[in-house]
Design a protein around this ligand. Structure first.
Ligand code: NAD
Length: 282
């Protein structure tokens, strides 16, 4: 049996098409502020991709590209200005920030109502409490859509996540727990990781280690979601060894073309939601 390939590009394209129609019906165009400090190469690419996707669906994105040496105070001032600017619906700060800037301080300064990355403690806390946050982080949201395209009913499923980061592993674990899954989060210090992953109905790899997951790490007929983006020469690859697992899994997301396009689509969806949220009283 060969695993079916989950076409994240196609699912993301459908979401973007739907958003395009939604935007046309709005009285004003949603606007996303993207704050970038410095010239980190991957960040420049990610920002360019976000702006390109925004333009494709008629969403306005405005880039605030600041010098590497921008002070924390200056950055906080910009965030404050964007928080009160009525034309700005969503604010994202591209990470990582330079080392002299305290990332938490910056994220915490973004209005939760404009925090379309879903990183503000108000939003993460509400998610944790199984209440409705204004926004949920885009990558976990995208992963949930991909999982549900294969397994719509998640209650009781055994899920293992490799990676416990604030932007992927942890919010994803909460989302899955909120859907009544049994969730195990593993990380770099986890012992005998293979024994845990081999029991997963759904295995999500989000650790940034190229081709870490091999066929003997997975259960027969498992659903595999590969969040990792790693560079091997000129090629991109995920955290799962695609060729090694493809005859054992039920379905798998490719890299590229799986989770990546979904992350951008969900960020745009959050920005459209932000526009609607700010138009209607809470
Ligand atoms: P991170 O560095 O913040 O966290 C990595 C996590 O993986 C940590 O919890 C760490 O303990 C764990 N880990 C590291 N090595 C491990 C190992 N050998 N075994 C088990 N656990 C291990 O990374 P992140 O920001 O969460 O990103 C993870 C990967 O996902 C990266 O490749 C990143 O590029 C990718 N990513 C992709 C998207 C997307 O849209 N496709 C979005 C975000 C991140």
């Amino acid at each position: 049996m060969t695993a079916s390939i989950i076409d994240g590009k196609k699912i993301a394209a459908d979401i973007k098409e739907h958003l395009k129609e939604k935007i046309t019906a709005l009285p004003n165009t949603p606007q996303l502020a993207i704050v970038l400090v410095g010239n980190d190469e991957p960040s420049l690419i990610y920002v360019r991709n976000k702006q390109k996707a925004a333009a494709q669906i008629g969403l306005l994105s405005k880039l605030y590209h600041l010098d590497e040496n921008t002070s924390e105070k200056e950055l906080l001032q910009l965030i404050n200005n964007l928080n009160t600017d009525s034309a700005t619906n969503g604010i994202i700060v591209q990470l990582p920030l330079p080392a002299h800037i305290n990332t938490s301080k910056i994220i915490n300064a973004i209005s939760p109502l404009k925090d379309v990355d879903g990183f503000h403690p108000y939003n993460t806390g509400m998610l944790q409490n199984n209440e409705k946050p204004y926004f949920i982080a885009a990558t976990p949201l995208g992963v949930m859509r991909l999982i549900k395209s294969v397994i719509p009913e998640l209650s009781g499923k055994n899920v293992v996540i490799i990676g416990a980061s604030l932007i992927v592993g942890r919010p994803l674990a909460t989302l899955l727990l909120n859907q009544a899954c049994t969730v195990t989060i593993t990380h770099a210090q986890t012992k005998n990781i293979k024994e845990l992953t081999a029991k997963a109905d759904i295995l999500i790899a989000a650790c940034g280690v190229a081709k870490l997951v091999k066929a003997d790490w997975i259960k027969e007929n498992a659903l595999l979601i590969d969040v990792g983006i790693n560079r091997e020469g000129k090629q991109l690859c995920g955290d799962i060894d695609f060729d090694d697992v493809k005859n054992k899994a039920l379905a798998i997301t490719p890299v590229p073309g799986g989770v990546g396009p979904m992350t951008i689509a969900m960020l745009l969806a959050n920005t459209v939601d932000a526009c609607l949220l700010q138009k209607s009283p809470l």
